[in-house]
Design a protein around this ligand. Structure first.
Ligand code: URA
Length: 234
């Protein structure tokens, strides 16, 4: 793999910036300053450093985005803001897509990756990967709402899998845990118990909680532990 491709995929530098960094002696391969950004390396066998820091090689990229309201969960859109445009120009070139969809007005944890196999495995209901959502609703939840979520609600002609509803003390919101992801599922589930969703934020995906230090619109790379945890669940 070319050094500039390696740096682009690591999300650190564009090809142009990489060429400039090589000229300034900022990139080293096994401790030896790189001569040309077009030179080939085997990322599995060498250690690449940039400004003295080791650059981890990952065949795929995994990001956690705190999705802001107003963005569609898509790689492109002609008219609306879309989540992939929130990442750096370098990262926009490596085929990232959202692993699952959040509605345009839903906020919170969205994983962006270019690992199609993992994304597919995380989203199939067969694998029961839990997603937790914090919500608020228009009126107090009915006393039987928890039991109805647990029994499996019907939305349209679809029978939902059992879901967990943990209501706040005032019953004007709470946390819902799903293991599937149908279109507008939580909004429709709340409608099925004679209520309406007024806000929705995904607070965890599998074992990974939303990083509270990320402001809406910010993202970071998943850690090696977080990636391993997602792979273990998929
Ligand atoms: N359920 C919804 O209704 N919307 C989302 O964005 C996610 C779950």
């Amino acid at each position: 793999m070319r050094i500039d491709k390696f740096m682009t995929e690591a999300g650190l530098l564009s090809r142009k910036e990489c060429a400039a960094a090589v000229k300034r002696g900022l990139i080293a391969i096994d401790g030896v300053p790189a001569k040309n950004a077009a030179d080939h390396i085997d990322p599995e066998k060498v250690t690449v450093t940039y400004r003295g820091e080791t650059v981890e090689y990952r065949a795929f990229t995994y990001l956690m985005l705190n999705k802001p309201a107003g963005y569609v969960s898509a790689t492109d859109d002609r008219f609306l803001p879309y989540v992939v445009e929130l990442v750096s120009p370098q990262l926009q070139k490596i085929g990232l897509f959202p692993a699952g969809r959040l509605d345009r007005d839903t906020t919170g944890l969205l994983v962006l990756t270019n690992d199609g196999k993992l994304a597919h495995a995380l989203l199939t209901p067969r694998h029961h990967v839990e997603k937790k959502y914090r919500f608020t609703c228009e009126s107090p939840l009915s006393p039987d709402a928890e039991a109805r979520f647990a029994a499996g609600l019907t939305i349209g002609d679809y029978e939902c899998k059992p879901a967990v509803l943990e209501a706040d003390a005032d019953r004007m919101g709470g946390i819902i845990t799903l293991t599937e992801g149908k279109y507008h599922q939580i909004k429709r589930m709340l409608f099925a118990v004679d209520n309406a969703c007024t806000s929705l934020c995904r607070i965890s995906f599998g074992n990974i909680p939303l990083d509270e230090t990320l402001a809406p619109g910010e993202y970071r790379f998943l850690t090696a532990e977080e990636i391993a945890s997602l792979k273990a669940q998929a």
